[in-house]
Design a protein around this ligand. Sequence first.
Ligand code: DAH
Length: 302
Amino acid sequence: MLEQIKAIDNLEKLQELYSQTFGKNGSMTARLKEMKNLGEEERISLNKEKDELTAAFKTRQTELEDAAMMASLATEKIDTTRTPAPTATGKIHPFTKLLADIGRAFETMGYAMAGGPEIESDWYCFEALNFPPNHPARDMHDTFFIKGSDNLLRTHTSSVQIREMEKHGAPIKIYSPGATYRKEMDATHTPMFSQYEGLVIDKNITFANLISEIKIFFGKIFDSAEIELRVRPSYFPFTEPSIEFDIEWDKKTGRPAKGTGTWIEMGGAGMVHPNVLKNAGVDPAAYQGFAFGAGIECLAML
Ligand code: DAH
């Protein structure tokens, strides 16, 4: 029997023989039932036989399980250096794609990327941008304040304008995409969203430059030569004059188009207020410029 167990080469056959031996109607089971009728020496001998068989089954089971494991490991190798095959369903997220498009558009226009902290001070988010404390324009920014500090979650990326001018002075030409936060939540607002911002400060920068840059930028974003821009007077404390701008839109094609009479709001802009330049350490008598900014998610939806 011991030789027979050692010779078995698969787990099912081993299980089968085990059942025939130790199962309900097994040969060994029957003999063990009769143990009480045996003399002492025979009892000791039967017990020894039982223990040897049990150990032999156990040993062979372990050997066969190990062999099965080694065999499957040999065939189931994972090549962690392999690039996954492209699938038909995997796609770059529209937001990620747009973020890359925005970066590419700005960089081909000569803007350098700039980042800033999302936990921001009141100074960079508001005061340096010409929102004095208690200024009614702060009402438009429903702000998350951080208890026990002067800090808040930035409500717009415009804070980066100040940080960058402070760091690099003028002339400067930057863009800044990033996360922004407002305590707003309804069908068309989320408490966390994203904005991008362009800023150009130099000598002799005019409002005409602003209009032309916005047109070129959206021409690149929509890959379109059909950009018709409409500007409306608006108010932001950090620009004077301030505008909001719209692009003429074809609802049927979902593309920019001239002469449709449908306009879609795209963002805010203006000539940077002299107080903002001063607060960032730039001389407003020598330099001037423009800024424009807008939300990324709403652009992604378009
Ligand atoms: N920061 C403004 C907002 O969140 C958007 C904006 C308006 C940005 C005018 C600008 C700008 O750079 O010049 O509503």
